[in-house]
Ligand binder design. Structure first.
Ligand code: FRU
Length: 508
């Protein structure tokens, strides 16, 4: 009997050890997503560095999100394509790294398509990634032509990838900044169109098979903002009351409206060869400092879903997080709105975000007289969405704060007709010069009434005003998470409907 007991004990110890490590392991997993400043409703890599979203493509019910990733460090370095998937744009599962650096270079930004008709010969429905190969080896030797375009394909939904033997598919013509291919199928000419950032303009190329590319035209040398290099473009049509309006997105760094990196866009027409803008005015998709390198998902039909990198090259490498750096914005649906005779692109948080709603507080006809909303609706304990509507927009301030006296103040300045975010007292601000500067966005709507949606996470706020015509995104790093929301107005702003929804974390 004793022998049997001993024999049993022999198994018990390793079993207990195994159970202990399992628990410890799963706790570490959850703990990673509970680290200080870790966004709870925004995608961020479990560890390491992330910048631009890449290769976003919808396939077999899943939204794929690849991203510029340095897995071995929390600062920018040798770029890989990290990979995550979601069925609802809200809950993300990080998968193994998709693309590793190779002899042609590290893997810079790009896009992915589903090659339904097997134009490339990799197989019907192959997922094909089109990206920039950036050769640091050549760069070190002083060469200028370090960026070329390459392709890779996956036949198992982005898990394993084969790089095309004929890479690069688009050699460098002698331009240093020659990158970030966004590829889409253009049905009328039955060709793939590549929109490429080529230093201070866009170059369009076409191809029947993703392998052979012909230059079609150039756009933008003297149009739009030119305070920095053009990067990460995108082009797609949106419908506005039966009319097709083409939107050309051009990210630019630096030179944004509030300093550093930002996303400008043009509206106009594209005929498969040439983009003709409606006007030459500079328009910004998001006036805040923390929405960069954003582009849209491919293969989503008429619905155009955008996501950006929620940081800014001015300070991305030094933000005070420990085991990872940077998150993405919330996924946003883009639409065309007409104000006067101008087409503007509006952004709205995707409706899927509602999946996370926990408790909701509603009120009507609220006078914005220093009222603490969280005193009634419950303190913030993580992410939340605040929605307001009003018949008459007047000056107001919304303050997110903690009991350490740190706060972010945002609102509307009637005299200047501008929305603003002030993060100068938001917590840790002195890690970067200018982080505390006031952030402003013009109001575009000419309506008397307004609607405002704030998407609040532990380290960011995204403001969508007037059906998403004026958008501002800003990150912040309070020493403890904000718990309170107060609203005030010197002009007697009356909120017609107010809704505060506390959200569950997307990680649990
Ligand atoms: C934009 C960008 C891209 C480039 C990538 C490198 O943020 O500079 O132009 O492909 O990041 O990581």
């Amino acid at each position: 009997k004793q022998n049997i007991m001993i024999a049993k004990m022999k198994w018990l110890l390793p079993a207990l050890c195994f159970a202990f490590f399992q628990t410890a392991n799963s706790q570490t997993k959850d703990a990673a997503y509970m680290e200080k400043h870790r966004p709870q409703i925004h995608f961020s890599p479990k560890k390491g560095w992330m910048n631009d979203p890449n290769g976003m493509v919808f396939f077999n019910g899943k939204y794929h999100l690849f991203f510029q990733h340095n897995p071995d460090s929390t600062v920018w370095g040798p770029m890989h394509w990290g990979h995550a998937v979601s069925t609802d744009l809200v809950h993300w599962e990080e998968l193994p790294i998709a693309l590793y650096p190779d002899a042609l270079g590290t893997i810079f930004s790009g896009s992915a398509v589903i090659d339904k008709d097997n134009t490339a010969g990799f197989g019907a429905n192959a997922m094909v990634a089109i990206y920039t190969s950036h050769s640091h080896a050549m760069e070190k030797e002083g060469f200028e032509k370090v960026e070329t375009q390459s392709i890779a394909y996956s036949l198992d939904e982005g898990i394993t990838w084969t790089k095309y033997k004929g890479n690069p598919v688009l050699p460098n013509p002698g331009i240093r900044d020659f990158r970030d291919p966004k590829v889409a199928w253009y049905e009328p000419t039955k060709k793939w169109i590549m929109t490429l950032a080529t230093m201070d303009h866009i170059t369009f190329y076409s191809s029947p098979d993703l392998k052979n590319w012909t230059e079609e035209s150039k756009f933008g040398k003297n149009i739009g903002a030119h305070g920095g290099v053009w990067e990460c473009p995108d082009i797609f049509p949106l419908n506005h009351e039966g009319k097709q309006v083409w939107v050309l997105i051009v990210n630019i760094n630096p030179g944004g409206p509030n300093g550093g990196s930002a996303t400008q866009y043009f509206t106009g027409n594209f005929d498969g060869h040439v983009f003709t803008p409606d006007d030459t005015e500079t328009k910004w998709l998001d006036y805040g400092p923390d929405d960069y390198a954003g582009i849209t998902w491919s293969n989503t039909g008429d619905r155009k879903i955008f996501i950006g990198w929620m940081s800014n090259w001015a300070y991305a490498n030094i933000v005070p997080t420990v085991n990872w750096r940077s998150a993405n914005t919330i996924a946003r649906e883009l639409a065309i709105e007409k104000t006067g005779d101008k087409y503007l692109v509006s952004s709205a948080p995707v409706k899927e975000l509602d999946i996370l709603k926990a408790t909701s507080y509603n009120a009507k006809n609220v006078k914005a007289k220093n009222i603490n909303i969280t005193a009634k609706a419950g303190k913030l304990n993580g992410p939340a969405i605040l929605k307001l509507t009003a018949d008459e927009l007047k000056a107001f301030n919304i303050t997110l704060s903690n009991n350490a006296g740190e706060k972010v103040v945002l609102g509307y300045d009637k005299t200047a007709n501008q929305y603003f975010i002030d993060r100068s007292q938001s917590g840790k601000v002195d890690f970067a010069k200018d982080f505390g500067n006031k952030i402003i966005a013009p109001r575009f709507s000419a309506n008397k009434n307004t609607d405002i949606t704030l998407v609040i996470d532990v380290a960011s706020v995204e403001v969508f005003a007037d059906k998403g015509l004026s958008v501002l995104t800003a990150i912040f790093f309070p020493t403890s998470d904000y718990t309170d929301i107060t609203i005030s107005s010197k002009d007697g702003f009356v909120i017609k409907t107010l809704n505060l929804s506390h959200l569950n974390s997307a990680w649990k």
